[in-house]
Design a protein around this ligand. Structure first.
Ligand SMILES: NC(=O)c1ccc[n+]([C@@H]2O[C@H](COP(=O)([O-])OP(=O)(O)OC[C@H]3O[C@@H](n4cnc5c(N)ncnc54)[C@H](OP(=O)(O)O)[C@@H]3O)[C@@H](O)[C@H]2O)c1
Length: 289
């Protein structure tokens, strides 16, 4: 199996690289070795390497910054994805692409299935939805996996932010009216590997962690587990606040928890959530006080 992975230095990219079978031939590209906005370079790398599968883990993921950098967000998340879909189509390769719960408007109150119509409320969500549609329309052999609130031992994420902030202040304000499903990037990587083996799986799928939580509940859970490993976290409090009182550049969907039961029923092996405590153990030595 030959795999071209883009965004290999991101959270999901790194977790996937850690887990891909060693016998598979891999080009793990990052933004320096393959900028997915450069159609010619994408096409020539794909034609030269001839991967069986392209996994696109590259994305513009700065949700607030996207509000003032819409052109850049669309260039990466929409045009970049189209470039990969076109290159995959040219050599009859499969494209596995990642997307987000932020394609939804947040008005739901039950876990959102693949049948729900997307209606993004911010530039990032709009750029990701544009990428989904371009990829699905450009190439029949496209698989899209939407996930949510991704964290890992790598890069910037909410778990790292809470741990870092907790060593600087005794109270952390976190919104209590945004709901989704925190998802470990390594579990997404496991799902991708299983989907690589499932040749009949095409189209749009959801995959996420199995705990539906508010951001404040997630933060509380992180601190509770961290306190079991380091007493400095025991006295830190989460102050539950409302989104309206915690202004951010981008509007976020209030409810964005995904239902991933359709995919989980098809996966050959179950993927239980990796314990959050394990990721915290890996992160703690890297957190500066
Ligand atoms: N993070 C989340 O909470 C979350 C939630 C739901 C869905 N997702 C989706 O999951 C996927 C992976 O997310 P992640 O958290 O792993 O993202 P990440 O950690 O931000 O990594 C994204 C990677 O994409 C690379 N990249 C950016 N522009 C590029 C370009 N023009 N060409 C090639 N590479 C480029 C970045 O490299 P540089 O750093 O060098 O720019 C970065 O390494 C994305 O599709 C994202 O939309 C993420």
């Amino acid at each position: 199996m030959r795999i071209l992975l883009t965004g290999a230095k991101g959270q999901i990219g790194r977790c996937l690289k850690d887990r891909l079978p060693e016998e598979w031939e891999l080009i793990a590209s990052d933004s320096k070795t393959l900028d997915i906005t450069e159609a010619h370079n994408v096409s020539s790398m794909v034609k030269t390497f001839e991967p069986d599968i392209i996994v696109n883990a590259a994305a513009y993921t700065q949700v607030d910054q996207a509000e003032t950098e819409a052109a850049r967000a669309f260039a990466i998340n929409a045009t970049g994805t189209l470039n990969l879909a076109n290159a995959a189509k040219a050599i009859d390769a499969r494209l596995i692409h990642l997307s987000t719960d932020m394609v939804f408007d947040g008005r739901q109150s039950m876990p959102i299935t693949e049948a729900t119509a997307p209606d993004p409320v911010n530039v990032y969500g709009k750029s990701k939805l544009a990428g989904e549609l371009l990829a699905l329309n450009a190439h029949v052999d496209t698989t899209i996996i939407r996930t949510a609130w991704v964290f890992s031992e790598y890069g910037h994420n909410f778990v790292r932010t809470i741990l870092t902030t907790a060593l600087k202040q005794q109270t952390i304000a976190v919104v209590a009216d945004q709901v989704s499903c925190p998802t470990y990037a390594g579990d997404v990587a496991e799902a991708i590997i299983q989907m690589i083996h499932m040749h009949h799986v095409r189209g749009l799928w959801h995959f996420c962690g199995q705990n539906i939580q508010t951001k404040a509940e997630f933060a509380q859970h992180i601190l509770h587990l961290a306190a079991q490993q380091d007493p400095r976290f025991a006295s830190v409090q989460i102050e539950a606040v409302q989104t309206a009182d915690y202004p951010a550049a981008a509007t976020r969907p209030a409810y964005a928890a995904l239902s991933d039961q359709a995919l989980r029923q098809k996966l050959p092996q179950p993927i239980p959530d990796t314990p959050l405590a394990r990721i915290i153990t890996q992160l703690l030595p890297t957190i500066e006080s």
